[in-house]
Structure formats: C-alpha cells, structure tokens
Design a binder for this molecule. Sequence first.
Ligand SMILES: Cc1ncc(COP(=O)(O)O)c(C=O)c1O
Length: 483
Amino acid sequence: MATESKHQHLLTLDSINPNIQNMEHPIRGPLLTRIKELEKELKNDVKKPFKEIIKSLVADCHAMGQPPLTFIRQVMSVVIYPQLLDDMKFPDDAKQRAKTILDACNGGSIGSYTDTKGIAIIRKHVAEFIEKRDGIPCNWEDIILCTGASDGIRKVLRLFVKETNGKKAGLMFPVPQYPIFSILSHELGFHQIKYYLDEFQNWRINVEELQRSIDEAKKVCNPKVLVIINPGNPTGQILTRKNIEEIIQFAYKENLYILADEVYQHNIYSKNSKFYSFKKVMTEMGEPYSNMELASFMSCSKGYTSECGFRSGFSEIINMCPEVKTMFHKANSAMSCPPTTGQACMEVLVHPPEVGEPSYDLFIKEKEDILNSLKVQAKLIVETLNSFEGISCNELEGSMHLFPQIKFPPKVLEAAKKQNQSPDKLYASEALENAGICLVPGEALGQVSGTYHFRITLMPVDQMKIMLERLEAFHKEFMDRYR
Ligand SMILES: Cc1ncc(COP(=O)(O)O)c(C=O)c1O
C-alpha cells in the first residue's frame, strides 16, 4: 500500500521573511531564466532564427571572451600553489607579489582566514593607490576589503536600518537604476527614494530633482543615504567636478551620508571627461564638507581586470564615528573575512607591475588593449544605434552600459497594451526571441513615464559588430511590422 508523503515544509512562502519575497532582480530574474531556456532549446536543435544568443545582459567581460591579464593570473596561480615559486616560467615580480601576500597570510597559506577587514599589507596598498589617484592622503585603517563591491555596499547600508518615529530609513538612489540598490532596499527594509537622472543633460544629476525627491520622501521616511554611481550604470555618464560639488553641498544641507559607487573609475572613454572621486572633491572643498561621512566603493569586477568571479572589492570609509566603526567591524566579523583569492586579486589591481619590473610592458599592453577596445566599442555602439530609426542615445562617456531611448510607432504602444506589458519590454522580448539579443527593458530599471529605453552592455568588438547587425535587421523588421 502506497503511503502518502505528507511532508510539511517549515519554510513556506507564507512563513519566509517578507523582505526576501519582495526582492526582485530585474536582470537575473525571469529574463535570465528565459535565456537559459532558449539556450537549452538551441542545444536540442530546436529551430530558431539565430544560432547562438549574444549575452549582453551584464558586464561580465570574461564571459564574453575577454582574456584575463597574465600578471593577475600568474600571481593568483603562485599564491594558490606556492610550489610555483620555484618555477622558472613565472616572472620574478609575480613571484614577489605572491610571496608578499603569502607572508601576510596566517600560516603562510591562502587557505587560512584573514582579518575581517582584509590583509593589512593589501589595505596599505589600496591606500597608496587612492593617494596616487586623488593626490590627497588616505589612511589605510579606513580601508576594508570586501567580497565584491556589492558586499561592501550591503555591509555599510545595514548600519542605517532603523525606524525612527515610526518612519523607515530612506535610501536615495538614481533612476534608471543599477538594481542592487532597490534589491537591498527590500532586503534591509529601506524606504526607496528614487531620483531621476537628467537624460537631456547627458544623465547629469540635477539638484532640483534631488530636492524634489527628498521633499516628497520626508513625509514618509527619514532620508539617510544618498547613493551616487559615477561613472554611471546603466547611463554611462561621468559627473563633472561642478556637479559633484553641487551634490556634496546638497548632501551636507540635507544631512545625508554619501555612498559613492565608483566601480567604473577606470572605464573613462570621453576625451572631455575626467573621473573625480567624491573623496577628492569633498576633501578639496574644505570645511565643513571635508568632515562629511562617506563610503566609496571599488571592484575588481569592472575596469580592465573584469575579474567578476573572484568577488573582490574595497571600500574607503571616512569620517566615521569611532564607536560606530567598532560596531561596524564587530558586525562584519561574524562573516569572518572576504575570500583570500579576491584579496590577492585586489593586491594586483592596486599594486600592478612598476616600470623596470619584468612584467611591466606586457601588463601595460594588455591593460591598454582592453581599455582601447572598450573605447572603440563605446563609440561604435553609440554611432550605430543613433543611426537607427527612432533611437537616440547620449555619448557613452564611461562605464560599460548604454541606455538608449526609443520612440515607438503608435501601433507598438497599442500592441503592448493589449499584451499588458510595456512597449520596451515587448521590444526586448522580441529582440531575444527573434534575434537572440539580450536587452534589459527600461521599465525594469526605471525611466521617466512615457519614455522607453533599453540597457545594452559593451562586448568585444567582433561580437558587437555581429550583435549590431542582428539588432539593425531586427529593429527594421520590428518598426516596419508595427508601422
Ligand atoms: C554600479 C555597480 N556597482 C556595483 C557593482 C557590483 O560589483 P561587484 O561585482 O564588485 O560586486 C556593479 C556590477 O555590475 C555595478 O555595475
């Protein structure tokens, strides 16, 4: 006789943390699921109008074929397998870097736990990197290493989660958004304060818009943190120094903590733009601004290294009250430490080969090849998309993403309405199904009502040319069909 299995789960949709239920990743959610299904169908020889999917969904350059930098992988290989210290094939500077890391590891092994804040010598090298970048002092004790910038952002944000007078803490972040901020708002329980970037001024941050959004939000929450992404994802802008100063003055006036997400600081393509860190501008503005609290973030996942999988980042946290700092490190210590391999990767990013060292020439060549290729991609994608009917995009000054606007014929709007979805979602979904191209619909990242966009991410030039050809054919067919 068959016995009926009546296992009752303890964890059910009704019983789990509602904040987890509310979290939705607009990119890694249903869109990624559909891409995986399509890939499976292609593998099983199901007939499609394309042979492979061009995965331009997230900036994961190695996944798109970008080779890793030789020096990074040499150092990583030696720290993981120290017997290679005796291997003549590895250059002396790579071995030296590896030895510095190993000597700083407990028991001389990359397999041991490190200090929660990360290995001290690497934090010191991060501080030197920042000093060189900004031309102003950096205290290595203000640096923490983290499991990717995302982890650092989460660690800092959770300090702010507190209801006061029955109101949640408010997190201000830019729209169109990089999704981690809305996801963390759900998870940690922030009220989301969305401010819109100014598309007509190359996605600049408009102080009047910051004011509008905070004034509205103050009725229902206590605004605490102002997030800035510079260079921007998904909008590709680089903030001018003047704009940064205005933002700092606004944050000071409104008592906001600045969280500067600066992971794309090496991805600068426009001749007319320069990256200024918030720390540099704040410090150079002098008092009272130089005393403001700030956390800034950098990552090995972007720039020219694109070592996303090592999960490696750092945060510089300045002017934090010492007692809070103690609490912060106490809370972080519960999770032991960031991965030691990621820390080793950061060591190479902030302490690359120097002039005269054996790996210098190759390192510089590989680095410049990647950055030059990204520059070519940035120009090519903007020029090509701007030539498509109905599409307009701003210059891609930096980062790895572009957010073009599309003006659709009225029939697209009608068709989308009938299908109960937004026109840009319809476009993105047809681009995936009919042309194997992955676009993130603007609706998923936020856009001014009545405007339609998509996010597209840079990819190696050869693939980009194929993608743009396919997109052009798809776009023409789509626009004609709905004309
Ligand atoms: C603006 C921005 N911040 C943070 C991150 C996360 O970086 P990490 O891989 O270091 O967590 C990304 C990743 O794409 C990003 O675009």
